[in-house]
Design a protein around this ligand. Structure first.
Ligand code: SF4
Length: 235
C-alpha cells in the first residue's frame, strides 16, 4: 500500500474513533476551575503529576489571595509554596508560577500570550500546558495535548509508532480535524480511565475494539470484528 493510501486509511480509522468517542463522551469540558486565562495557566501548571480534583481544592484560596498575574508575581514565595503544597512538587511549581507571572506582567502586559512560541517562553510551560491554555482560554487549537493516557491509547490504537510526545502530537495533527485536537485528548483520557487502563484494558467492553489493532484476542473475538464497521466519515 502506498504511503498516501496508508495515511488515508489511518485517517479514516482515526475519524471513526473520534466519532465514537464523541458518542461515548458527549461532553468534553476542561475539568480545572478558573475564571481567567492566568488562572487557567496556573491551574494547568499545578495539574502536572496531580489530579484536577486536587488542583480544584487548592485554587479557590490561591486565587482569592492572588487573583491575577501581578499578585502572583509579587506573592511571598513561602506563602505560595504553602498554598500549593498538596499538589506535589510544590517548590518548583510555586517558583514557576511566580516567574511565569512576572514575565506575563513585564513582557505581555499582564495577559497570557496567545502565541505558542510566546507561551513556551514562560517558566513551567511546555507544549502540553500551552495547548490546554490556548484551547480553553482562547479557543485556539494550536496542537494536541499528549499526556500519559493520550500516549498509551494513541499507541494501542495504532495511530502512532512514536514514544515521545512531540512526534505523537505531530502524527495526531495529521490525522484529526483541527477543531477536535483538544477534545480528542479529553475524550481519550476519559476512555483511558474508564476502559483502556494501563495494566488491564477492558477490551471485552471496549466500543473501539473493532478499530483497535491491540484488542486482546483473549477478551474479544477478533475474527468476528473484522473488517472495521466504519460509520459516516463526516464528523
Ligand atoms: S480494544 Fe482494548 S487496547 Fe484497544 S482501545 Fe479498547 S481497551 Fe484499549
Amino acid at each position: 500500500m502506498s504511503i498516501t493510501r496508508k495515511l488515508s486509511a489511518k485517517k479514516q480509522r482515526a475519524l471513526e474513533i473520534l466519532i465514537r468517542l464523541k458518542r461515548l463522551y458527549p461532553e468534553a469540558p476542561c475539568t480545572l476551575n478558573y475564571e481567567t486565562p492566568v488562572q487557567l495557566l496556573v491551574a494547568t501548571i499545578l495539574s502536572a503529576q496531580c489530579t484536577d480534583e486536587r488542583v480544584n481544592q487548592v485554587t479557590p484560596e490561591l486565587f482569592r489571595r492572588f487573583p491575577d498575574a501581578a499578585a502572583l508575581a509579587a506573592a511571598d514565595p513561602l506563602d505560595l509554596e504553602t498554598l500549593v503544597r498538596s499538589t506535589g512538587f510544590y517548590r518548583n511549581k510555586a517558583k514557576n508560577i511566580r516567574a511565569a507571572c512576572y514575565l506575563i506582567q513585564t513582557e505581555f502586559n499582564g495577559q497570557v500570550p496567545k502565541l505558542m512560541e510566546d507561551l513556551l517562553k514562560l517558566p513551567g510551560v511546555a507544549r502540553k500546558t500551552a495547548n490546554v491554555v490556548l484551547a480553553h482560554a482562547y479557543g485556539i487549537h494550536a496542537g494536541v495535548t499528549v499526556d500519559t493516557h493520550v500516549k498509551r491509547l494513541t499507541q494501542r490504537l495504532g495511530l502512532t509508532k512514536h514514544t515521545d510526545p512531540i512526534h505523537i502530537e505531530r502524527d495526531l495533527i495529521k490525522l484529526l480535524p483541527q477543531p477536535d485536537w483538544e477534545n480528542w485528548s479529553i475524550r481519550i483520557i476519559y476512555h483511558g480511565r474508564a476502559v483502556c487502563n494501563a495494566r488491564n484494558p477492558a477490551c471485552d467492553r471496549c466500543l473501539l475494539a473493532d478499530l483497535c489493532p491491540s484488542a486482546d484476542p483473549n477478551k474479544v473475538d477478533i475474527a468476528a470484528l473484522q473488517p472495521p464497521l466504519l460509520t459516516a466519515p463526516q464528523i
